[in-house]
Design a protein around this ligand. Structure first.
Ligand code: NAP
Length: 345
């Protein structure tokens, strides 16, 4: 199978990771790239300030970047990956879907819309069939599917494993998030060097709502949100990549350290080309995982956990994932593979 794919927002932090993953992909062939008006008409090499520590793929470098409109993307493109600022995504993603394109999007717009599937394939692949409802309601031949926010993706696979075993009731989380999560123009060096910023606009709300949708139940018509309470506090720190999170999880049943570790070790992956062999890696060392040491676990597609402790607020643990890989580009690619596997393309 070879599907022709396009990337919207291809020059950004997540867009470049998408290029890194899609260029060697066995089933996808890059056929169109778009960005803002200031990049349109330039070669990708010229338009993208390439910041990934691997060479820019030669054949992609010479592709001419188009404007972000369906008119600039060939009709025979089967699947679109979108990593646009959310205000831009909100405007143009529906235009692509109306024109018949299937869009796997990383942007935050529309994630909580009732007819938009929000998916981590290892956690809630069954929600993908919400596309049938979406197509009925919106009259689209195309479809829109979202992956969650990078900080949400980091904690939800471990929480999903705990929920299955113990029925979660309360989750508290405090994050230490890398600068790449803000995009290339997001945080200046003057703001972040020798500093930590205890506020990331809208991030707490995303973690609190998206996690309940991901762990919610789909009955064929709608997704009922999970009933647990989630409270988040988000902080930016001076790491480049990899979001580290301190989580407290309480449940109907008491969660022991051993029970939590066993549940997470038993969490299974899915049969998709980009899914990691081991979804969750459990560290016994109390000072792991760490961003610099562990963000590339399973080629950036795994989640690492450690530091388990029983507390009065439930079991406490730390978790880590690579925010632009597992948390963004890799998540969109996995969702694209799921769409192909389930016959939506
Ligand atoms: P970024 O580095 O700022 O890149 C933004 C991309 O969108 C660039 O390709 C830019 O093109 C393009 N763009 C900007 N304005 C545009 C416009 N008016 N019309 C068309 N294209 C436009 O941002 P990012 O970090 O990659 O984030 C992209 C999306 O992913 C955001 O919605 C973000 O919330 C989400 N996300 C990011 C992360 C992460 O870890 N970074 C994780 C999860 C989700 P030019 O180069 O031409 O300006």
């Amino acid at each position: 199978m070879s599907l022709r794919v396009g990337v919207l927002g291809a020059t950004g932090a997540v867009g470049q990771r998408l290029i890194q993953l899609l260029a060697p992909h066995p089933d996808f062939e890059i056929a169109a790239l778009t960005a803002s008006e200031s990049s349109a008409g330039k070669s990708y090499r010229e338009a993208a300030k390439w910041r990934i520590d691997a060479p820019i793929p030669d054949d992609v470098a010479e592709i001419t970047v188009g404007a972000t409109t369906p008119d600039d993307v060939p009709d025979d493109v089967d699947l679109i990956f979108s990593s646009l600022p959310s205000s831009v995504g909100a405007e143009v993603e529906p235009e692509f879907c109306e024109d018949g394109y299937v869009v796997s999007s990383n942007s935050s717009n529309g994630r909580m819309d009732e007819d938009v599937p929000l998916i981590i394939p290892e956690v809630n692949a069954d929600h993908v069939d919400l596309i049938e409802v979406q197509r009925d309601e919106r009259g689209w031949d195309g479809a829109l599917l979202k992956n969650p926010n990078c900080s949400t993706i980091t904690m939800v696979p471990p929480l999903g494993a705990l929920d299955e075993a113990f029925d979660l009731t309360n989750v508290h989380v405090s994050t230490l998030q890398a600068v790449s999560g803000a995009g290339y123009d997001g945080v200046t060096s003057m703001e972040i060097i020798d500093n930590a910023i205890p506020h990331i606009g809208g991030e707490e709300q995303k973690m609190e709502s998206e996690s309940r949708k991901l762990l919610g139940t789909f009955d064929g018509a709608e997704v009922s949100l999970h009933g647990m309470d989630v409270a988040a506090s988000c902080n930016r720190i001076a790491t480049l990549d990899g979001h580290l999170e301190n989580v407290w999880a309480d449940a109907e049943e008491d969660i022991t350290v051993e029970g939590a570790e066993d549940a997470m070790e038993a969490a299974t992956g899915v049969d998709l080309p980009s899914s990691p062999e081991r979804l969750i890696t459990v560290f016994e060392e109390p000072d792991r995982p760490q961003p610099r040491l562990d963000r590339n676990i399973e080629e950036g597609m795994g989640v690492a956990v450690g530091g388990f402790r029983e507390t009065t607020a439930g079991v406490q643990f730390n978790c880590l994932a690579h925010n632009t890989m597992r948390g963004a580009a890799g998540a969109s690619v996995l969702n694209g593979e799921l769409l192909a596997q389930r016959g939506y393309i």
